[in-house]
Design a protein around this ligand. Sequence first.
Ligand SMILES: Nc1ncnc2c1ncn2[C@@H]1O[C@H](COP(=O)(O)OP(=O)(O)O)[C@@H](O)[C@H]1O
Ligand SMILES: [Mg+2]
Length: 213
Amino acid sequence: MPDRLAPFQLALLNHKGGTGKTTLAFNLAAALAQRAPTLLVDLDAQGSALQWAAQQGGEKLPMRVSAALEAEAALGAAGEPPAFVVWDCPPSSDHPQVLALLSQLDWVLVPVLPSPIDLWASWHLVRLLQQARASRPGLQAAFVINQAEPDSALTAAMHDALREFELQVLPCVVRRRAIYRSAALGGQTVQMLGRRGAAAAAELDAVIEEILK
Ligand SMILES: Nc1ncnc2c1ncn2[C@@H]1O[C@H](COP(=O)(O)OP(=O)(O)O)[C@@H](O)[C@H]1O
Ligand SMILES: [Mg+2]
């Protein structure tokens, strides 16, 4: 478990839009919040995570959600300091705030869709992460396949394709599930949806286990 003074910091990063950064940031933050106080920071100017939180109909979210500008204040705010900070990044790898963030992160997850087209432009991002790891040896980074289909042959082919990059690939995947979209519509996390969200919550717990091990 991370100590109080140094929160464990995880970023969801990919230069492409639509790969699941916000979806995973929101629900992984909720999964981490089951373990210890968690802050989700929306670094994207589009503010999707903040909008998601704003849809909230009443049931309180398990994590705090803050805009980038307020992140420092939120980190230093009175009350229990977060043990985990999750950063939802903009679809860019040379955004100044993203580059600055790389020097303080513990983990970077790069969500990728199960399509080769989504991989062809990943070299720059992989190089950037390798450089960041050279100056911050503790930094860990991995691809995670998002919106995986039940077709295990396709998932295996994606794992093979990803092995060409010098970046590890999480052995577990996040499946394509309508519940991720319905949770967002209601401003909720999949963990808040009980049995309907249980399979999604379980696969996200597997991702967390990989990250914290
Ligand atoms: N595992 C998933 N299953 C089903 N839909 C998903 C999943 N992950 C993301 N989505 C949907 O895909 C779209 C893009 O996801 P989003 O998290 O906004 O990506 P990004 O933040 O990388 O742009 C959204 O409509 C989201 O609801
Ligand atoms: Mg997003």
